[in-house]
Design a binder for this molecule. Structure first.
Ligand code: F6R
Length: 368
């Protein structure tokens, strides 16, 4: 039941603080060491892995893209991300030492199922990240990390996505622990940041009224762009996908660094552009994103900026500023997804669309 919400999607958006807490529950010790008992692949085999390929479709593929940044950084294992259907029908290089990670909320996506069957025929190990207990993909995998988000009924994935991110972080940290590529205190620091996420998400949801105002001002947009860099790039793609599937308007996500290689030609007066700004930090990511925002604003775009609270460098270039909690760069996708989910839900509601059952879409895609 919808618990008084107008849509399952809105209910599921609001369940995310609890869903993230459940996804973390029992998976680390007090001292921050990871415990992933359900990964039934021996430590010895985990140390032999020389390549990871993450396969998924749609929103789950964007979780996979975020996972690549985190897993490579923490484990130094080369990690590829591929759409399940593209992976299956080329001739991928798979060995016994390849770990194939399949991400699927439903556990029934035929494209991903066919891909894992193929990977196992090639003797690779398959680990599923899945939300649905006992579904086909985990049953046919060597190991599974369940995301524990609870049933997701709205067709557009929300809590499914953020809990997939959590599972990917846990997997990356677990591999780093087993392989000794990161020290215990480093892992503990990230675990502490993960544990703060439910509180951050709750505060974001409590303070989300401005997203409704924003949706009202954009109800007649014909096209919306989304820009991000690094772990914010998949978030931009996810923001665009949510808008396409729920509001049926043209939306596209780009890596901000790619702008000058083509997409900047699309920028025109009043075009809404969502910009996901990396946290301020040691590297140049943040400043490069701020320059990109200056460029598009100079060409008349309406900039809707998602940036960490207190980011005064970017505020002058934001027509609308959506503040994000302060979190490490690799974890930012969790908090940056929230306003984009809410925005798509609000806009589709204002347009009179069925948010839970968008046209032409099914919750689980059981045919290739
Ligand atoms: C978008 C959405 C879809 C799914 C995709 C994969 O909101 O829900 O793009 O993410 O169909 O589904 P699963 O994760 O069930 O394999």
């Amino acid at each position: 039941e919808k618990d008084g919400y107008d849509w399952f999607m809105r209910k599921e958006i609001h369940e995310q603080p609890r869903a993230v807490a459940d996804a973390l529950l029992g998976r680390h010790t007090e001292s921050g060491a990871l415990k992933l008992d359900e990964v039934r692949i021996s430590d010895e085999d985990l140390r032999e892995i020389d390549k990871i390929i993450i396969i998924a479709c749609g929103t789950s593929n964007y979780a996979a893209m975020v996972a690549k940044y985190a897993i490579e950084h923490w484990t130094r294992i080369a990690c590829e991300v591929e759409l399940s259907h593209e992976f299956r029908y080329r001739d991928p290089i798979l060995t016994r030492n390849t770990l194939v990670v399949a991400i699927s909320q439903s556990g029934e996506t035929a494209d991903t199922l066919m891909a894992i069957r193929y990977a196992r025929e090639q003797k690779s190990k398959v680990l599923a990240i899945c939300n649905t207990n006992g579904s086909t993909i985990p049953r046919e995998s060597d190991a599974v990390i369940y995301t524990h988000a609870g049933p997701e009924i709205g067709v557009a994935s929300t809590k499914g996505f953020v809990t997939q991110l959590i599972a990917c972080y846990l997997l990356g940290l677990f591999l780093a622990q087993v392989r000794g590529t990161r020290f215990g205190d480093e892992i503990r620091d990230v675990v502490e940041e993960l544990a703060k996420l439910p509180g951050h998400l709750q505060r974001q949801l409590d303070e989300s009224a401005s997203v409704l105002d924003l949706a009202k001002t954009l109800a007649d947009a014909k096209s919306v762009l989304f820009l991000g860099r690094h772990a914010g790039f998949p978030v931009a793609l996810e923001g665009a996908l949510k808008l396409k599937e729920l509001a049926y308007i043209h939306a596209e996500g780009f890596a901000a660094g790619e702008l000058k290689h083509g997409p900047i030609a699309l920028i025109e007066q009043d075009l809404p552009v969502f910009c996901v700004v990396p946290p301020r930090g040691r590297d140049q990511l943040h400043d490069k994103m701020v320059s990109a925002i200056q460029e598009i604003r100079a060409r008349g775009a309406r900039t809707i900026v998602l940036a960490e609270e207190g980011d005064d460098d970017v505020a002058p270039y934001a027509d609308v500023l959506l503040p994000l909690p302060v979190v490490p760069t690799l974890l930012q996708p969790v908090v940056a997804a929230i306003p984009l989910q809410l925005f798509a839900c609000e806009l589709a509601t204002l347009m009179g669309h069925d948010v839970d059952q968008p046209r032409n879409l099914a919750k689980s895609v059981t045919v290739e």
